[in-house]
Design a protein around this ligand. Structure first.
Ligand code: UD2
Ligand code: MN
Length: 294
């Protein structure tokens, strides 16, 4: 049995194709371009349909003409711009709407894809179309931008009762279920930014909650959606993508609470009471008129 990621050989012609969707709001030039070029350099040509960049109504000058000029020389890269600030959920959907690949692969705009990152994700989706698959997220140092990697075993996602995403070591029952160290690891939730999903299955799931604004909450909402609609959420130990975990975002994240309230209202049934119990602010948020859940 093959026990090492590097020993796996993929039949490229049998794998589904993918479109990589990257949304950005006021991102720095170097990190954005690092993401785009790393996708182009590490993705087998036959598997990559296109890279769709979605500008979520940024106002920084380098993201206007200079960006257009830079990508005009790049094969397969398309840029579309939102005509108002949409937030990451609607910006991702805008990007997804013009894709032509079988699988949607979402990335944040400050990543570096590691060699061989794409094949395991696509292979798993071919094997199980209702699997939503995340790469292992490696750390890129926020100060030096050095690719630090990820020491030790991959971790899985959870959440606390304030609906904050948390990382956990893989439980023993899951280790036992896996037949080999290169089997996927089932994860209750995802961090949110980096994952691949069959386009058909994404639509079957009803995509995202489009009432979510700016940042936050959509990762747990989508995770609950996947599991409760019969799919599975998994981390593939053979796929690695680096990410700059921001110390400070270039925008306000004040909508996160309202987004979490939406996730709780839609998916948590009576468990939402535990959430409200832990979050008096969330209880107040719920009574505000923005919360129109269809
Ligand atoms: C994590 C996720 C992120 C998202 C978030 C919860 C990872 C590595 N990152 O936060 O993808 O799920 O949790 O919401 O799992 N953006 C827009 N419009 C906006 C705001 C952000 O397009 O109004 C873009 C942003 O430029 C970036 C992506 O959305 O490409 C995610 O934002 P982030 O990198 O600030 O979030 P992060 O990594 O702290
Ligand atoms: Mn990010």
């Amino acid at each position: 049995m093959t026990c090492s990621c590097k020993e796996v050989e993929y039949d490229y012609r049998s794998l589904p194709t993918t479109s990589v969707v990257i949304t950005f709001y006021n991102e720095a030039w170097s990190t954005l371009l690092r993401t785009v070029h790393s996708v182009l350099e590490t993705s087998p040509d036959i598997l990559l349909k296109e890279v769709v960049l979605v500008d979520d109504y940024s106002d920084r000058a380098h993201l206007k003409g200079p960006l257009e000029q830079h990508i005009s020389g790049l094969r397969k890269v398309r840029l579309i711009r939102a005509t108002k600030r949409e937030g990451l959920v609607r910006a991702r959907l805008l990007g997804a709407s013009i894709t032509t690949g079988d699988v949607l692969t979402f990335l944040d705009c400050h990543c570096e894809c590691h060699d061989g990152w794409l094949e395991p994700l696509l292979h798993r989706i071919k094997e199980e179309p209702s699997a939503v698959v995340c790469p292992v997220i490696d750390v890129i140092d926020w100060n030096t931008f050095q690719y630090l990697g990820n020491s030790g075993e991959p971790q899985i996602g959870g959440f606390d009762w304030r609906l904050v995403f948390t990382w956990h070591t893989v439980p023993e029952y899951e280790q036992k279920r896996r037949r080999s160290p290169i089997d996927v690891i089932r994860s209750p939730t995802m961090a949110g930014g980096l994952f691949a999903v069959s386009k058909n299955y994404f639509h079957y799931l009803g995509t995202y909650d489009t009432g979510m604004e700016v940042w936050g909450g959509e990762n747990l909402e989508f995770s609950f959606r996947i599991w409760q609609c019969g799919g599975s959420l998994e981390v593939h130990p053979c796929s690695h993508v680096g990410h700059v975990f921001p110390k400070k975002a270039p925008y306000s994240r004040s909508k996160a609470l309202a987004n979490s309230v939406r996730a709780a209202e839609v998916w948590m049934d009576e468990f939402k009471d535990v959430y409200y119990h832990r979050n008096p602010h969330a209880r107040l948020e719920r009574s505000l008129p923005f919360l129109e859940i269809n």
